[in-house]
Design a protein around this ligand. Structure first.
Ligand code: SF4
Length: 458
């Protein structure tokens, strides 16, 4: 067993992370940039960094991810990356013709102190940026933060660059989702559309990283929010941020820059949080919740009631990204499960830790940041064994060692399909998630049942 040497005894660690529960900032920044139509993500650093960022996304979504790099070698590493960046901008517009280049910095470019604002101004002065095109950037050094903070930084940069308040309000509601799957982005749009609400959502990676195969190569798939719509979000009558750690800076910026009042909600995972989202939409838009949405809710409640005995009282551990984790914690609580541990490598902050504790009570161990790693999670689980683990693909080693099922819900997932296509948000996503949990418990019951207890109907 790969992790059989993890000791049970937990000792204080200050300067060591073992198997981090996160990936690096540019991965999240690239993901956010892909949710903008005709936008090419660009890593300002070495080819190796860009190769890693792209491969993390490519392996998770099983899609080719287009991204460029400043391709630092020794010269740029010593003397700075300005000339590489200027040449990149020229080549990218000449060869790939994006509408936007979304630059994320890397550890290396941050350490040598490249000033991206100055470099982009220089590119403009040198007429390297064609009319109507944009080069924007987000600071995403990976010696701090995680893919979630990288996503948050790029989302803020998108608001900063494109949202404009003209002084005349439109009737759209802007929705800013945290780092979630394209399937979840689709589900959130489905709820808004079903309720007949005019909305602008960004980023929107649906139809980008889950685009259908049509036999042709599309450098820029049909999905993604257009620049024009993002511009109009500055005039929207209200905004809703779905999630906190991955969205709060952008929501705050939209509020201060464009005076768009923003409601900060949790990701709509499970019944309680989805009810809050639907109710907030209903109140802001002044609409009635349609029967179709009530029916979706009713189906989730029905299955929960029908099969409550399989989930009630079950002990679970949660690992992943902070906004998703909060939603999962609420989902588990709704279903009567007992959450033992909540661990995220993202430095989510003391407020996040406190909110999770308030939700789940003092019996739950909550940890975020650098020392909240998979090693620590494994130690916790050895001391108080759960029945089920939620987490990313890397958790499969822990699940195997503990001989418990794993529900793959976080980033990255390299060894299963479905997350890009089937949501966990909204009532329909809640039903999908609940069925995954039920399947895990029922499969386990079948596997372990003695001959005389092996049931046909469960
Ligand atoms: S952690 Fe830093 S050096 Fe490593 S891939 Fe990410 S940006 Fe590059």
């Amino acid at each position: 067993m790969l992790l059989r040497h993890t000791p049970k005894e937990i000792s204080e660690r200050k300067a060591l992370t073992i198997n981090p529960a996160k990936t690096c900032q540019p991965v999240g920044a690239m993901y956010a940039a892909l949710g903008i139509h005709r936008c090419l993500p660009h890593s300002h650093g070495s080819q190796g960094c860009c190769a890693y960022h792209r491969s993390a996304l490519t392996r998770h979504y099983a899609e080719p991810i287009m991204a460029s790099t400043s391709s630092f070698t020794e010269g740029a590493s010593v003397f700075g990356g300005q000339s590489n960046m200027l040449e990149s901008i020229q080549n990218i517009f000449a060869l790939y013709d994006p509408d936007i280049i979304a630059v994320n910095t890397t550890c290396l470019s941050e350490v040598i102190g490249d000033d991206l604002k100055q470099i982009i101004n220089r590119a403009m002065g040198d007429n390297k940026i064609p009319p109507g095109k944009t080069v924007m950037y987000a600071s995403t050094p990976s010696f701090k933060g995680s893919h979630v903070t990288g996503y948050a930084n790029m989302l803020s940069a998108i608001v900063q660059n494109f949202a404009v308040a003209t002084g005349t309000r439109n009737d759209a509601i802007t929705i800013l989702p945290s780092f979630i799957e394209p399937s979840d982005m689709s589900e959130i749009k489905h709820i808004a559309e079903e309720m007949g609400i005019k909305y602008i959502m960004y980023p929107d990676t649906s139809d980008v990283v889950n685009a259908p195969m049509d036999g042709k190569f599309h450098m820029y798939p049909k999905g993604g929010t257009t620049k024009e719509l993002i511009r109009q979000s500055g005039d929207s009558r209200r905004a809703i941020a779905l999630g906190r750690v991955g969205v709060f800076p952008a929501a705050q910026l939209l509020d201060t820059k464009c005076k768009v009042k923003t409601d900060i909600l949790d990701l709509p995972i499970g019944i309680t949080a989805t009810d809050t989202f639907v109710d907030t939409l209903r109140k802001i838009a002044g609409v009635t919740v349609p029967e179709s949405i009530n029916d979706e809710r009713g189906r989730l409640v029905d299955v929960l009631c029908d099969k409550a005995q399989y989930v009630y009282g079950k002990k679970v551990s949660l690992m992943g990204d902070p906004d998703t984790l909060f939603g999962l914690a609420q989902f588990c609580k709704d279903a009567g499960m007992q959450v033992l541990h909540v661990v995220t490598g993202t430095p989510a902050g003391a407020k996040w830790d406190r909110r999770v504790k308030e939700l789940l009570g003092d019996g739950t161990i909550v940890k975020s940041g650098a020392q909240a790693d998979l090693f620590y999670l494994h130690q916790l689980m050895q001391n108080d064994k759960p029945d089920l683990l939620f987490g990313n693909t890397y958790c499969k080693y822990i699940a195997r060692d503990m001989d418990i099922p794993l529900i793959r819900t976080a980033f990255p997932i390299y060894d299963r399909m479905g997350h890009s296509y089937f949501p966990i948000t909204g009532y329909r996503g809640g039903l999908h998630l609940l069925i995954k949990v039920l399947d895990a418990f029922m499969d386990r019951q079948d596997r372990d049942a003695p001959e005389e207890k092996f049931e046909l109907v469960m």
